[in-house]
Design a protein around this ligand. Structure first.
Ligand code: SF4
Length: 209
């Protein structure tokens, strides 16, 4: 076993200790990038598009990410459950009551709390990897960044020059940089059920040089 493989196995264990449901290593070349993913940020228009510094058009483009990805050796795919009811998840898919759902404080609060817990897991993993000497370690989360109640981009718009309030904690999501989350998770042996039914999960990624 190489040092990288040993460290990846230890980081997978660490991910679970930090709160992830599961984590698996994957050769970086098997991370799937697809231009249709970023297209889906705009068709239909996602609420985070142009309103969150970790989302398009602010995040690295799919082309930029794919070029950087070629310089990495290994990825680590991690997952954590999303604390939403099956009814809420179903409403996201069938569109019935979707506007009310998006406006629901309880729904948005549950989503944000789960996302921020998962963001802390990925942040912790990236720090551990850095401490092991992986100087280009980079973590990507799931969904738009929700560390602030309102992102500075939602206030200043697409021409923003306002800085992120939490620059060392905010991470782009996998989908923001064009990663096909479903194909990548499946390649790592952590398939995501779609539609999500009663067991929705967030998927995140750590790249190791
Ligand atoms: S930390 Fe705050 S300002 Fe920075 S990207 Fe996230 S929500 Fe926006």
């Amino acid at each position: 076993m190489t040092r990288l493989e040993r460290d990846a196995a230890a980081l997978c264990e660490r991910a679970v200790a930090l709160g992830a449901r599961a984590a698996r290593p994957l050769p970086a070349l098997e991370v799937v990038v697809d231009p249709r993913v970023v297209l889906k940020c705009r068709v239909p228009l996602c609420a985070g598009y142009g309103r969150n510094l970790m989302c398009p058009p602010f995040a690295p483009t799919g082309e930029q990410f794919a070029a950087a990805l070629r310089r990495y050796s290994l990825a680590l795919v991690a997952q954590q459950g999303i604390p939403l009811t099956a009814t809420d998840v179903q409403r996201r898919y069938d569109g019935k009551g979707i506007d009310e759902l998006q406006a629901s404080k309880a729904y948005q609060g549950a989503l944000a709390a789960g996302q921020n817990d998962f963001a802390a897991v990925l942040d912790g993993l990236e720090r551990e990897a850095l401490s092991l000497g992986y100087v280009f370690a980079a973590a990507f989360g799931g969904g738009e960044c929700r560390l602030c109640e309102t992102c500075v981009a939602a206030v200043t718009g697409a021409s923003t020059t306002a800085p992120c309030r939490k620059p060392f904690r905010a991470r782009p999501s996998m989908e923001a940089v064009g990663i096909d989350v479903l194909a990548t998770a499946a390649a790592a042996g952590l398939p995501v059920q779609m539609p999500a039914g009663d067991d929705p999960v967030w998927t995140g990624l750590l790249l190791l040089d």
